[in-house]
Ligand binder design. Sequence first.
Ligand code: 13P
Ligand code: SF4
Length: 302
Amino acid sequence: MTDIKYASRIKAAKEKSGAVILAHYYQLPEIQDLADHVGDSFALSRLAATLDNEVIVFCGVGFMAESAKLLSPGKTVLLPVKDAGCPMADMAGAEDVKKLQEMHPEAAVVSYVNSTTEVKAHSHICCTSSNALRVIRSLPHGKIIFVPDKNLGAYAAEQVPEKEFILFDGHCPPHNETNAEDVARARRAHPDARLLVHPECPGDVRREADFIGSTAQIIAHAGSSSSMEFIIGTEEGILHPLRTQFPEKTFHLLSHELNCPDMKKTTARELLYSLENRQHQVHLDENLARMARKPLERMLSV
Ligand code: 13P
Ligand code: SF4
């Protein structure tokens, strides 16, 4: 089937079911083009909490669809590919958080939204990569347990030196693979380019960056900067909105490792199947959902 045929069938199925399609910037270009809203984790979770649509189709990974369900418990939330997960989210379990809490009872647990519902349920507050610093600064606690991303946690610790941080040892595999050699190679090849990186990158990459931010912040920075050429240190899906929105500018990927296989599992075919068959619905344990909703809502109110 051609892309055009998928597009018209997706549009028809969407209208019939009253669904809205949300897609993360790391999704395939075809999915970003079919979506009603494309954004970073923060913008999409805020949208999920405010949209009127009966059905939300989340083109992303499990934790994103679960967050949408937590924030819109009365709605049907669909994840087109059931096993599209986040390896980093799966690195930390509720038991890990409880153990850290026992060791540091005076600390606040801040969980990156890229975490399981169980981990969120045992957290004081959630954050995304675009609001982590604001969320952490808003807390009265002097000590922070940060889960699961050690790189975003280390970045927060650098930026908020007045607080003490206990970092869980998790990471995003594609971002964590980037290193100082990639930076040196890219700088040699593109000496006039500015380096924009995601805080999920390790310290030796962040230290070399001209700008550090979430996907939405990277896009905004590329647009407002007077520079014409950029090296991008985040997942390659972001190249689509960058090149579409700023065709006069040039973008290079920092490393070919920056590809998240789970984010690429959703194709137009999967999206159509999801809409036509209401698959795969997110169902959460009620008690757990009640506990996990609070830290997400706290984040949205900061
Ligand atoms: P955001 O920039 O949307 O926070 O992206 C982080 C991420 O890894 C999503 O999987
Ligand atoms: Fe998880 Fe990294 Fe993939 Fe995002 S890019 S879904 S953090 S593995």
